[in-house]
Design a protein around this ligand. Structure first.
Ligand SMILES: C[S@@+](CC[C@H](N)C(=O)[O-])C[C@H]1O[C@@H](n2cnc3c(N)ncnc32)[C@H](O)[C@@H]1O
Length: 269
């Protein structure tokens, strides 16, 4: 058992270089103990003596599955329902009233984590759009969070800013063995699909979107990666569509074709 395995600087830089290459994610040296902590259980699982041995293991061609496990462990997936509520208010007040009747209104949550963001969007659309058809696509690089997202099943503590009225309308409260949890109602879940997308690679053809949410993921990218990611996303945004990033992020120096219309909300001309 690797009781005293420690991650040395050379090993850390191997993980750092790989994560940057694979996902565009920057790990500062301050993240060394976090990386060691998150990967330790995998060393234990394989009874490996060092992080270097684990790195070798994930780099062998036959271990694509373990490579994904390492990627899942090294991504930060924090999220909650109706995070940054101003964005949802903006949709309700300024975007959804202009949705073309009869045309499918499409939103992409491009780093959806475990689904709280796409389901918050789905509830917002269900409330506002009446008979206008709509769909939400959630994507992430982590297969683990996507599996969680597809279940639509959450612990009550995850409620975040989810208003009671929406909880009552769109969620089923668990009883018996499921007490303390809630499930997003099937009719809503059916309109939200999840797919693995690495924003650091060429994107699959997902069609065009009216709105793209790209929140709390660019904080992990360096300026060059940020520009590339935004440039990859823009062709998938309709003319007049909105790109919404986090209030703690900025597109300064990243893209000058988009017009800032409200804090952290950009519009494609
Ligand atoms: C902090 S969460 C943000 C979730 C949600 N957008 C929010 O604002 O609450 C960041 C997510 O970005 C994902 N991510 C990181 N790098 C990525 C990449 N290259 N491609 C796609 N997703 C990525 C992570 O797996 C993680 O689930």
């Amino acid at each position: 058992m690797p009781h005293n395995a420690s991650l040395d600087d050379r090993e850390f830089s191997q993980f750092q270089a790989w994560l940057h290459r694979a996902a565009g994610i920057n790990l500062s040296p301050a993240k060394k103990s976090l990386v060691a902590g998150r990967l330790f259980k995998r060393l234990k699982h394989y009874e490996l003596k060092s992080y270097g041995d684990y790195f070798k293991l994930i780099m062998t061609d036959q271990r694509k599955d373990e490579l994904q496990v390492a990627l899942d462990l090294l991504t930060t997936n924090e999220t909650y329902f109706f995070r940054e509520p101003k964005h949802f208010e903006f949709l309700r007040q300024h975007v959804l009233p202009g949705a073309a009747p009869g045309k499918v209104f499409r939103i992409w949550s491009a780093a959806s984590s475990s689904g709280e963001e796409p389901y918050s969007l789905a509830m917002t659309l269900a409330e506002a759009l009446g008979t206008t058809p709509w769909e939400v696509i959630g994507s992430d690089i982590s297969t683990q969070v996507l599996a969680k997202a597809r279940t639509g099943h959450y612990r009550m503590e995850r409620i975040g800013n989810l208003p009671q009225s929406l909880l009552t309308r769109y969620c089923l409260k668990g009883i018996g063995r499921q007490a303390g949890t809630f499930l997003i109602e099937r009719s809503l879940r059916n309109r939200v699909s999840f797919i693995q997308v690495n924003l650091n690679e060429a994107l699959p053809n997902l069609g065009e979107f009216d709105v793209i949410f790209l929140r709390n993921v660019m904080i992990y990218f360096d300026p060059h990666t940020k520009s590339q990611v935004v440039a990859r996303l823009l062709p998938l945004l309709k003319a007049g569509g909105y790109l919404i990033i986090s209030h703690s992020e900025s597109l300064n120096g990243v893209n000058d074709t988009l017009k800032l219309v409200a804090p952290s909300i950009y519009r494609k001309p």
